[in-house]
Design a protein around this ligand. Structure first.
Ligand SMILES: Cc1cc2nc3c(=O)[nH]c(=O)nc-3n(C[C@H](O)[C@H](O)[C@H](O)COP(=O)(O)O)c2cc1C
Ligand code: SF4
Ligand code: SF4
Length: 407
């Protein structure tokens, strides 16, 4: 079975995993039945929807999602204003115990959110560990609703509170403690260091990015429209991948504990990029909400093929390999430059997008003559805008034989 390819076997916190793909804490892990169906499809583990103490009231709104689509209709960005789990502690105790009995080889991580008292975090942590949770993930990162109550991202935006609450849980937890961080900070390394300094065994990143995905221009109400009003939401899906990749790379450079990488993973190559920037495992949410649990098969198959093709002995061998290629801007090489060529000119549809882009956002170096795109390399500055905008993949950038001062 492809989800069990030998190259995908890995482990985290000493727990052996059939592959590096875990479900992130969210709607697809909101019940025992959902997690059970995901495990049957081949997910190696799941982080439960965030569990809160019974004393904390939670009331969701409807609707609570809004999608941002590309011109072909695919959801490329997703906003939610959903709160944590509405199910009670007893439900989660039974669910975790049942799942561990039924799927002992799958990792079940309990995501937790207490209130401002140490006992609320500690009681939840102890109950879920006793139920059989393999690890705990502390939700210091939900950007909507919960921060108004002083929890969620309100914790992850304050390194001192991050350290204090991590310490409360570490005092009692007999299982690894993962701290899930928010990207809605100036420098995520500061909170990662605070969490690890207080004993966190791993970091998970990113939770959603605070957002407004649009405004209904008839009613002038921001989305999602909830009875005539809206609220800032959390943005996820493909659109946040660059933010997630940067966060994971920065965390990997700052701390040495394992990282659960996430944010916008849709394909095996997205996952491979996270691993190459330092993640030990990846978590997925939005793409599962959009396309279902079965995506784990192409994810696993694609990653196994890639590892095999590149002669990596496993995901651990890929982990962090791209980090060494990150430098300060000052440290970048100024001695090489690139110039465009219409390498696949037979695919050119003469749409003129490259010409317009270079004319108004570049260096006026493109013309179309004799039904072919022509580059004036005297004028060209090697910026690569033309390659970015070409919808047909016609333009290649090649190392220039002659360089010049970039204007
Ligand atoms: C509808 C929805 C509900 C979510 N609920 C939670 C939650 O309860 N706890 C949590 O830690 N993260 C929650 N998240 C954040 C995800 O776990 C994840 O960090 C984020 O969506 C980025 O990953 P993605 O781009 O694969 O979705 C939620 C995300 C979505 C879209
Ligand atoms: S690389 Fe930049 S300057 Fe050169 S042709 Fe393309 S868009 Fe114009
Ligand atoms: S953008 Fe691409 S397809 Fe369009 S004219 Fe330029 S090279 Fe041809």
């Amino acid at each position: 079975m492809s989800v069990r390819h030998p190259l995908l076997k890995t482990s985290i916190h000493g727990f052996p995993l059939i592959n590096p793909f875990l479900l992130a804490s969210a709607s697809p892990t909101a019940s025992a039945d959902l997690i059970r169906r995901a495990f049957l499809q081949g997910w190696a583990g799941a982080v439960t929807k965030t569990i809160k103490p019974d004393s904390m009231a939670v009331s969701d709104v409807s609707p609570r999602f809004h999608g941002w689509r590309d011109s072909a209709g695919a959801v490329v960005g997703f906003e939610n204003i959903e709160l944590v789990s509405k199910r009670d502690e007893a439900y989660w105790v039974k669910t975790i115990a049942d799942l561990k009995t039924e799927f002992p080889d799958r990792m079940v991580i309990a995501s937790l959110m207490g209130d401002s008292r140490p006992a609320s975090w500690r009681n939840l942590a102890c109950r879920m560990v006793e139920a059989g949770a393999d690890a705990l993930e502390l939700n210091f990162s939900c950007p909507h609703g919960m921060p108004e109550k002083g929890v969620g991202a309100a914790i992850g935006q304050d390194p001192a509170i991050t350290a204090r609450i991590t310490g409360w849980v570490k005092d009692v937890a007999r299982k690894p403690v993962i701290v899930k961080l928010t990207p809605n900070v100036t420098d995520i390394r500061v909170t990662a260091l605070a969490a690890v300094g207080a004993g966190a065994d791993a970091i998970a990143a990113i939770n959603t990015v605070e957002s407004i995905t649009g405004v209904d221009l008839d009613t002038l109400q921001p989305y999602p429209l909830v009875g005539g009003r809206s609220a800032y939401g959390g943005y996820s899906g493909a659109g946040v991948k660059p933010i997630g990749l940067k966060a994971v790379a920065q965390i990997a450079g700052a701390v040495s504990v394992p990282i659960h990488g996430m944010g916008g993973i849709r394909t095996w190559s997205d996952a491979a990029e996270y691993l190459s920037l330092g993640a030990s495992v990846v978590q997925v949410c939005t793409e599962v909400m959009v396309s279902g649990f079965s995506i784990v098969k192409p994810l696993a198959e694609g990653l196994a093929c890639y590892l095999d093709k590149k002669h990596f002995f496993g995901t651990e061998d890929l982990r962090g390999r791209a980090l060494a290629k990150l430098s300060s801007h000052e440290g970048l090489d100024r001695s090489t430059q690139v110039r465009p060529s219409a390498a696949r000119h037979e695919d050119c549809v003469l749409c003129g997008k490259c010409l317009v882009a270079c004319r108004d956002g570049g260096y006026q170096a493109i013309s179309i003559r004799d039904r072919r795109v022509q580059f004036d390399l005297e004028k060209c500055d090697g910026c690569s805008l033309c390659r970015v905008v070409c919808p047909e993949g016609v333009i290649e950038m090649n190392i220039a034989t002659e360089t010049k001062e970039i204007s």
